[in-house]
Every structure is written in structure tokens, then in C-alpha cells.
Write a protein that binds this ligand. Structure first.
Ligand code: PLP
Length: 396
């Protein structure tokens, strides 16, 4: 018996558990401290009413013999939900076949599970900084990870002309943590590069719903030829508050074929073997996201978070702190003032303003000296945080 040796190569602890420990220690030492949490990227608004109503109805169906649903006819997901997603993409001019849409219990699971389809010998390219899960998934599998620096110089949007040779490339747009989002033209360069290098792009669109500016991509399939080289992973977590309800989807195009093997068929085989689908009740709730009433309420929620982002941005503008993001993303990425390191700024902000944020270097070495604040908080508390932030920054 041998344990997987690669677990020993992982960074000691996941970023957010380190933060949770630090905050718990601080609270123990300062039991009366009124902390405002702008750290973890969890949403705070409840599910939209049409989503809740759809799930109530589905629960009731499960309680009657005539309407009961057992194992899901296709592990790939109910057709009613895949059809709703197909139409959501069609509105943006993206044509998908139902067979290319796979319902998941969230983006995080599929980002890891997709690696089952690739050889352990593949080299992986991961932007730095980025959602830490991409790196850990690959380290666990013993894959070689290369980093692609995202810096202020390239507007936190690294392009393929800076890329080393790699087989699998992760792209996250709008990006967590920087909030930077690729244009369709920039993604075209990535698709062309992937074709030229026989690489696969794993495109994480978890924050596509925050894109408002024209020209920015919401799906990689807005790019010509992307269906030959890109898998897209998306989620109901941020668009519709499903962080605790759990549902997402992954697009694996039929056009991706390598060495005579269809990636879509491999993924279907993998899913039918290792996954028994997402709860009927949850899939009914997710379907309601795409109804006119569902979309109306969800857009109002997204606007609520956008206003929070504007409030934080205004405070940083007033204090003269450099930042990006917050426009097509719920994240604001700021340069730590006074030359502070990102963990140093974390401690300073916690102590001075009682605000919990996320140190940039937790997302990769290029995040050193940067800091992430999220717009997912309560509006009144975010306003309060902005006031505290201004007052604290004024003392520097
Ligand atoms: N991808 C990115 C970039 C994220 O930031 C997150 C969560 O914060 C996820 C995926 C996970 O999404 P899900 O809740 O669907 O697992």
C-alpha cells in the first residue's frame, strides 16, 4: 500500500482556512471587535423567489408516487435544464448541442474531475494569480504546473505570446481574484495558440454574469474555432446564489477529438461511471433561473453586488489607492498601500478597520503586494466598510 505522494507536495493549507484561523485568533483576542467580512467570495443574498418556488414544487413531486423521480435518466442532467442552458447561450449567438452540456454539482468539482481525461504527463499552464484550486488539483495528480504571470504590466490578462509550451491551459475570465476580463479578440489569440500547439483550454466562466462592457467575452465559444480546443466550466453559484444549493454545468464540445478519441464521449463515460447526477429538486431550481421572472430577480441581485463594488471603488479612489476589477467582476484587486506586503496589509486592515479581506499572494506569487475585496457583502455593511477603509487609509 502506498499513499498518493503528491498530497505532500501541496501547500500547507488552503488559503481560506488560513484566513479563518487568523480571524478566529483575532476574535479570541478581541471578543468585542465588530468585523466586516469582505474576504471569501460567497454570496449573501438569498435564492430568487422563482427558484425557491420551483424547488418547493419539486419537493412535493418527490412525495407522490405519480410524480416521484428516482435515478436521473441521464447522469448528464435533465433535458429541461440543459435546454434552458442551450437557450441562454443561443441568446449570445453561441450554438450548443444538448449532448455538449453536462450538469454538475458546481464548477469546483468539474474543474478537478475533468483532469481524469488527461494524461498525468501533460504540462499544465496556470495564470498567476488565480483561483488556487487549479494548481492544487494538478499537484494532487502529480502533474507539472507552469505559471503565466498576470501583472499590472499586462493588465492582469496574460497573452499567449508570453506563454511557455503547455498541453492544458486554464483561463479564468472574469478573473478571480483580479477581476480582469478578456475581450473576444484576446481570447481569439488564445484559441489560435491552442490550435497551433495542440493544447486544450479549460475556460472557467464562473463570473460571466458580471460582464457588462461590450467586447468582453462571456463564453469562450463567442470566439471562432473555440469549440475545437476549449472546455467551458460554469456555475449557478455566482449568478443565482447557488453556493450552498450546488449546481453548475460544463460544456464539452463534440468537435474536440484527439488521437481518434472524442473528449465529449470520454467525459460522458467518466460521468456515467463516477457520478449519479444532481438532485432533481436542485435541477428544477436551476431551471427557474432562466425564466423571465427568475432572470429579473437575479439581475436585481447582481446590480446590488455591482453597487457594493462601486462603493468600495469610490472609497479607494478617494484614498488614492490603485485598484482594478469591480466593473465586470465582484472582485476589487488593490495594490497594498505604503509598500505593505499582502499578509501585512491583511493584519493591518483587520486591526485598524476590522475588515477581513484576502491577501493577493494567496492566489499565487504574482499576487504579492495586492489584496482582494469582494462586493458580495451586505450593502449597509459594505458602506460601513468603505467608511472604515477611508478612515484607516487616511492615517497612513
Ligand atoms: N471558479 C472560480 C474562479 C471560483 O472563484 C469559484 C468559487 O469561488 C468556483 C469556480 C467554484 O464554483 P462552484 O461554487 O460552482 O463550485
Amino acid at each position: 500500500m502506498q499513499l498518493n505522494p503528491h498530497y505532500a507536495e501541496l501547500n500547507e493549507s488552503y488559503l481560506f482556512s488560513t484566513i479563518a484561523h487568523k480571524v478566529a485568533d483575532y476574535q479570541k483576542a478581541h471578543p468585542d471587535a465588530d468585523l466586516i467580512r469582505l474576504g471569501i467570495g460567497d454570496v449573501t443574498l438569498p435564492l430568487a423567489r422563482p427558484v425557491v418556488d420551483a424547488m418547493h414544487k419539486a419537493v412535493e413531486e418527490q412525495g407522490h408516487k405519480e410524480t416521484f423521480h428516482g435515478y436521473i435518466p441521464s447522469e448528464q442532467g435533465y433535458e429541461f435544464l440543459r435546454e434552458a442552458i442551450r437557450k441562454y447561450y443561443a441568446q449570445r449567438g453561441v450554438t450548443l448541442d444538448l449532448s455538449e452540456i453536462f450538469i454538475s454539482d458546481g464548477a469546483k468539482s468539474d474543474l478537478g474531475n475533468l483532469l481524469d481525461l488527461f494524461s498525468a504527463d501533460n504540462t499544465v499552464l496556470v495564470p498567476d494569480p488565480v483561483y488556487p484550486v487549479y494548481v492544487d488539483d494538478n499537484v494532487m495528480a502529480g502533474r507539472k504546473v507552469l505559471y503565466l504571470a498576470a501583472t499590472a504590466e499586462n493588465n492582469f490578462l496574460p497573452m499567449p505570446d508570453e506563454a511557455p509550451a503547455a498541453d492544458i491551459v486554464y483561463l479564468c475570465s472574469p478573473n478571480n481574484p483580479t477581476g480582469a476580463a478578456y475581450t473576444v479578440a484576446q481570447l481569439q489569440a488564445w484559441v489560435d495558440w491552442a490550435k497551433a500547439h495542440d493544447a486544450i483550454l479549460l475556460y472557467d466562466a464562473a463570473y460571466e454574469c458580471f460582464v457588462t462592457e461590450p467586447g468582453l467575452a462571456r463564453s469562450i465559444y463567442e470566439v471562432k474555432g473555440a469549440e475545437e480546443v476549449a472546455v467551458e466550466v460554469c456555475s449557478f453559484s455566482k449568478i443565482a446564489g447557488f453556493t450552498g444549493t450546488r449546481c453548475g454545468y460544463t460544456i464539452v464540445p463534440q468537435a474536440i477529438v484527439r488521437g481518434g478519441q472524442s473528449l465529449n464521449k470520454m467525459w460522458l463515460r467518466r460521468q456515467t461511471t463516477k457520478f449519479n447526477g444532481v438532485a432533481y429538486i436542485v435541477q428544477r431550481g436551476a431551471e427557474a433561473v432562466f425564466t423571465p421572472e427568475g432572470m429579473r430577480e437575479i439581475q436585481a441581485n447582481l446590480d446590488y453586488y455591482r453597487k457594493n463594488a462601486a462603493v468600495i471603488a469610490a472609497a479607494l479612489d478617494e484614498a488614492g489607492v490603485w485598484y482594478c476589477g469591480g466593473k465586470n467582476s465582484p472582485y476589487i484587486w488593490l495594490r497594498c498601500p505604503g509598500g505593505m506586503g499582502s499578509w501585512e496589509f491583511f493584519d493591518w486592515l483587520l486591526d485598524t478597520a476590522r475588515i477581513v479581506g484576502t491577501p493577493g499572494e494567496g492566489f499565487g506569487p504574482c499576487g504579492k503586494g495586492y489584496f482582494r475585496l469582494t462586493a458580495f457583502g451586505d450593502a449597509a455593511r459594505t458602506q460601513q466598510a468603505a467608511e472604515r477603509l477611508k478612515a484607516a487609509l487616511a492615517t497612513l
